[in-house]
Every structure is written in C-alpha cells, then in structure tokens.
Ligand binder design. Structure first.
Ligand SMILES: Cc1cc2nc3c(=O)[nH]c(=O)nc-3n(C[C@H](O)[C@H](O)[C@H](O)COP(=O)(O)OP(=O)(O)OC[C@H]3O[C@@H](n4cnc5c(N)ncnc54)[C@H](O)[C@@H]3O)c2cc1C
Length: 405
C-alpha cells in the first residue's frame, strides 16, 4: 500500500507519522512544495510554537473553533489536547503550560517540535521529498495519479494537507473531485481605526474587556490592547475569528462596542457611582478611578464625554453620569481595515466539512482521498487551537487511510 501525503506541514507530518505507525507495512511518502518541511511550525508562536491548549475536555476544546466546532467535537473523542501532550512528552519533548493555558515546548523553541517530527519520520522510514509542488491529482481505477513539477507519482491513498491557501488555484483542483469549497477569508487580525483618537493611548491594556460588532451577537473577551493603529489583544483577535466572514462581507468597515468592564451592566455601575458618592464624594474624578482600567484610559473616557476631570464625584449627575456609564460599558469605535497579527493568521473557509467523515477524515465523495489541517473549513482562535486541529485531523487521517476500502 502506498500512502502519499501532499504538504509537509503540521497536519502532513502528523498524518504521515500516524499512517506509518498504524500501517507499518505501507510505503508512506510526504511531497512538500518548498525546500523545507514544517515552515509554519518554525515561525509559529513567535518562534516558540504554541503546540496546544490545556483545555482537556473535548467539548470545551471544540468551543474554540469558529468553524469546525461540531466536526471537531467528534474528532477530539479520538485525539484531544491531552493526547497531544502525551504524544510529544512520550517522544522526549518536554512541554510547559502557561497561566493562560497555552502550551509551548519547555525549550521555548519551535525547532524542538521540528526535530522531533524529522527524527520520528526517519526512524519509521517515511519517505520525505521537498521541492515537489503537486499540480494535479487524478483518481484512477486503482488509486491516484499525482503530477508534480518534478514528474508523476502513483498512490493507493492520498492525504491532502496543503494548508489554508486563500490565493491558490489548489482549491479548484480539489473542486474537480466534486468537493465544495467554502470561500476562504482571513481570520485572526487586529482592527485599524484611523479616525479614532484613542490611538494616542497606544500601549494601554485593559485586562478584562468585552467587544462586539454593532448589530451582531458575536463577542471577543479578554485583554484588549490599544495600538498605534487601533486595537489588538486577545479580545480583538477572538472577535476577528468569530466574525471573520461577517467582517469580510463588510470589507472590514464596521462599528464595534467595547465594554471596558467586561460583563458589567448599567445598574451595577449606577449603584457603584452612588456608593462612591457616599464614601468618596469629595474626591475629584481625576483622583479617584474606581474601575479596573488604567488611569490614562479613565482620563480619556472623561474627556471623550466632555466631563472636566476636576469635577467632584458628588457633583457627577444627570446627563454626564449617564454618558460616562454608557461609555464604560458600550463605547463605540469605527473600524476601517485590518492588520495581520504578527504575521500570524489562519484561513477561514476551505473544503466543506459536510463532505468529510469526521471519524476518518475521508472524503465522502472520493474513496481513498483524505484531508487534514487548515485545507478544510476549520479554524480556531489563538492559543494553540489551530495546531491542535492539525494534529487531531492528521492523526485520524493517518489512522484510517491504510484500511482497505
Ligand atoms: C506566523 C504564524 C504563526 C502561527 N502560530 C501558531 C501557534 O503558535 N499555534 C497554533 O496553534 N497555530 C499557529 N498558527 C496557525 C498554524 O500554523 C496553522 O493552522 C497550521 O500550520 C496548519 O497546518 P497545515 O499542515 O494544515 O498547513 P501548513 O502548516 O500551512 O502546511 C501546508 C504545507 O503544504 C505545503 N504545500 C502547499 N501547496 C503544496 C503543493 N501544491 N504541493 C506540495 N506541498 C504543498 C506548504 O508548503 C506547507 O508546507 C500560526 C500561523 C502563522 C502564519
């Protein structure tokens, strides 16, 4: 049995290692277009590679995928974040979990992951070929014919792991098999706000913010960072992922509403104001910021509402109090454009999951054809979730592909 994997990235390696482990007699080969394997793994997580996330409950883990949640919930029953940790640690790659649940190699070097994969592949006898850009795949009576820039190959089973390819003609190649492609759009980006004066506060971080797109239910929760071009941080990246498709339709122009106080509601803040007026009424607003937001932001919000900073708390009433409350929990900003986050992005869209079996990653249309990784319509928020999807789907494709059809 010859199993050929197209694409030597995260999902491709995991699929190859799984295939050779489950079917030791099979000939397993990876064809990679570039001169180096695992290029994205190398640069991932700022060169540290956030391999997974310490969310060990499969259902909770699946909730971190704006696209693919249901599909992955089934897949995680076979290989989840705990399996990832065990897989690497049993192969000598020590991992470390950070307070935000992100898991990195203890070495803090993505190279540890690459070295592990290359060593394992060589130990198992997987054929590794670089400089092989696959251009055409054809189904034949007995299997597949693969044409690359270097020549022809044949295979009994094929696993496609070419990654998210927004500009590629690859998707049209896959469409020739009858597969539906959900149009690719970018996910995980920060918001540009060229007209918003809040940019002057660049560097300000609010630890627990909640952001939503006006008129939509989607939210991003967590730290929010003001940048010199607009807003970034986990809350914004999360919202960009959940809203990837809506934001693309709006050409990245929309209004967002920020609750600087996480989930706080109007009544609670009104009560807090009343309490401060009783206990600290003589203090000036500029000297008494009762909220978990930086002083610079507090001063900015006062100014935004035309409230003089030397007003005493006891004198804050009527319209001014209402405006300030509204700004604290419903602060409106205009987004005009996006910026890629540290060059870290994923593609929303890809092969329609309705046409793939979630337990095996096999195409429902072409027996013997499998998919894994970002080429499918799967993407996660930041935090190691995208690699986890690559490991899980690669593992399952490899585990299933050697079985007789
Ligand atoms: C800068 C950056 C940092 C990231 N950091 C993280 C992180 O820390 N944690 C996390 O979970 N996610 C991270 N991600 C996302 C993560 O890297 C991807 O989700 C993951 O790599 C997807 O794996 P894949 O194997 O599907 O695709 P890829 O890793 O993109 O691999 C696809 C491979 O296929 C090859 N290929 C393409 N076309 C052909 C062809 N025609 N013939 C042969 N080969 C082909 C490509 O050259 C590539 O090697 C990051 C992404 C970026 C861009």
């Amino acid at each position: 049995m010859k199993i050929t994997i197209i694409g030597g990235g995260a999902a491709g390696f995991f699929a190859a290692l799984s295939a050779k482990t489950h079917f030791p007699d099979a000939h397993v080969c990876i064809l990679e277009k570039t001169s180096k394997f695992l290029g994205k793994v190398k640069i991932s997580g700022g060169g540290r590679c956030n391999v997974t996330n310490a969310t060990f409950n499969s259902r909770l883990l699946s909730e971190n995928y704006p696209r693919g949640e249901k599909f992955l919930r089934k897949a995680f029953e076979s290989f989840n974040a705990q399996d990832t940790v065990n897989w690497f640690e049993s192969r000598g790659v020590a991992l470390k979990t950070y307070p935000d649940n992100c898991i990195f190699p203890l070495s803090n070097e993505s190279q540890s992951i690459i070295d592990c994969f290359l060593l394992e592949a060589r130990k198992l006898g997987i054929e590794l070929q670089t400089g092989q850009s696959v251009e055409i795949i054809r189904k034949t009576a007995n299997g597949f014919e693969i044409e690359t820039n270097q020549g022809k190959h044949t295979a009994d089973k094929v696993i496609i792991t070419v990654g998210g390819q927004p500009k590629s003609t690859w998707f049209s190649a896959i469409e020739t098999f009858g597969h539906t492609i959900i149009p690719p759009v970018p996910s995980l980006f920060t918001f540009n706000m060229p007209k918003e004066p809040i940019k002057a506060l660049m560097g300000v971080v609010v630890e627990h913010a909640r952001v939503r797109i006006e008129g939509q239910k989607l939210v991003g929760v967590g730290p929010l960072l003001v940048t010199h071009w607009g807003m970034s941080g986990p809350a914004i990246l999360q919202l960009s992922a959940w809203g990837a498709r809506i934001l693309a339709e709006k050409a990245y122009t929309c209004s967002i509403l920020v609750n600087w106080l996480d989930e706080a509601k109007e009544d609670a803040i009104r009560q807090e104001f009343a309490q401060i007026q009783k206990t600290n009424g003589a203090k000036m607003l500029q000297n008494h910021n009762p909220f978990p937001i930086p002083h610079r932001l507090w001063m900015y919000l006062l100014e935004k509402n035309g409230i003089k900073p030397d007003v005493r708390w006891i004198d804050l009433a009527g319209k001014n109090a209402n405006k300030l409350i509204n700004t604290l929990i419903n602060d409106r900003y205009e987004v005009q454009g996006k910026t890629t986050f540290k060059e870290e992005f994923v593609t929303a869209g890809g092969i329609d999951l309705a046409e793939i079996y979630p337990q095996t990653m096999q195409s429902k249309l072409i027996p013997g054809l499998y998919f894994a990784g970002e080429v499918m319509d799967i993407d996660g928020i930041t935090g190691g979730f995208n690699f986890q999807a690559a490991w899980t789907t690669g593992y399952l494709a490899g585990k299933s592909c050697g079985k007789e059809a």
